[in-house]
Design a protein around this ligand. Structure first.
Ligand code: WQD
Length: 344
């Protein structure tokens, strides 16, 4: 007997696939909506390899209002976990309209369904990006939302506002999860991160460089006011992140939420510098990494790491996996997939 029917948008993506695996393991009936705009169909095989089940996959563009209405008509879902969005900060600066059109229209299309099915819980993939450079560390959910540094970050801020106002007006059950830095892969090395083109994020660049697929890592900035001069982030294992989504979903399915929209930071509560991440990678894998210092990257904040009090005390969730474990899993995944996707 299924525990419930869940729609996972962006379900063939990095965090989506890891969440799908955990939903299947817990006995949920899972439908993945993904138009393959930033992933590969083979991820479905990976999910099946891990979970022994093949979830239903809808090849639908949820930014298309009529396609989304058609896909969702006559459908019952107990929950929707909405990952599908463009997420490359740099690209969003170059192509703002692409980001606003895709990220906001898909959200509005989904909320139209939830509005007419208010018992359906809605989980939104948000980001610590909404805080910009927070004044106080660690960062709590009460930290002020700073003007977005990129159209990508702005779509997350606007998205939260759209959800909050709609949930309040229509009595919906919604949660926004603000991720810090997701890294690593499922220990089976059957699913993981698939950066298409040159990785913009630190850990996939590290693994591709160590695998000889890229040149030396460039560390963006060595003069930050931190322990070793390199910037600080809160790196959370993607499986810990996936499990947090299940906890949040079940909170809504149990009608335990205390507001129409609740917000939770999802991190480890620990900050690591770029040099510390490199040291963890070398320690965990035995691989030596070539790197050199480079100028700071525009838009980067000095430090960001989560205050995890609310997630622990209200959600009852705490990240379990270490940075070393995430490095081991990321490296095993890199060895499993070999060379990166050719740039589209
Ligand atoms: C981490 C640190 C870089 C690459 C972004 C988005 C965020 C989320 C995660 C989507 C920084 C440094 C990186 C490199 C480096 N994305 N770095 N050399 O920028 O914290 O967060 O990705 O949800 O919304 O903003 O992650 O991995 O790009 O960078 O030195 O080649 O590693 O300067 O200090 P970031 P990141």
């Amino acid at each position: 007997m299924s525990k419930g029917r869940i729609l996972v948008t962006g379900g063939l993506g990095y965090i989506g696939a890891h969440t799908a695996v955990e939903l299947l393991a817990k006995g949920y009936d899972v439908v993945l909506a993904d138009n393959l705009s930033n992933t590969r169909k083979e991820v479905l095989e990976g999910i099946e390899a891990v979970s022994g089940q093949r979830p239903t996959w809808w090849n639908v563009d949820i930014a298309d209002p009529s396609a989304t209405r058609a896909a969702l008509s006559e459908q019952h879902f107990d929950g929707i976990i909405h990952f599908a969005a463009y997420k490359a900060v740099g690209e969003s600066v170059a192509e703002p309209l692409k980001y606003y059109q895709n990220n906001l229209t898909s959200l509005v299309n989904l909320l139209a369904y939830v509005q007419s099915h208010p018992s359906c819980g809605f989980i939104f993939s948000s980001s610590c990006t909404v805080y910009g450079q927070a004044d106080d560390l660690p960062i709590t959910e009460a930290a002020p939302i700073k003007p977005a540094e990129s159209p990508y970050g702005n779509t997350k801020q606007i998205g939260e506002e759209v959800i909050k106002e709609t949930a309040q007006a229509k009595g919906l059950k919604t949660i926004a999860l603000r991720y810090f830095n997701p890294i690593g892969a499922h220990h089976s090395a059957s699913i993981g991160e698939l950066p298409l083109g040159v990785p913009q994020n630190l850990v996939p660049f590290i693994t591709q460089s160590a695998a000889g697929l890229r040149g030396p890592l460039q560390i963006f900035g060595q003069d930050y006011p931190t322990a070793d001069g390199t910037a600080v982030r809160d790196y959370i294992h993607v499986v810990d992140l996936a499990l947090a989504h299940i906890v949040a979903l079940e909170r809504l399915m149990d009608n335990a939420q205390e507001a129409p929209m609740e917000v939770f930071n999802l991190g480890t509560g620990k900050g690591s510098t770029v040099l510390e991440v490199i040291q963890a990678f070398e320690r965990a894998t035995g691989q030596k990494l070539a790197w050199s210092y480079a100028p700071r990257r525009a838009g980067d904040v000095v430090a960001a790491y989560a205050d995890t009090t609310r997630a622990t005390q209200v959600l009852g969730w705490t990240a379990q996996k270490s940075l070393d474990e995430a490095m081991r899993d990321a490296w095993a995944w890199q060895l499993a997939i070999g060379a990166p996707e050719k740039e589209a």
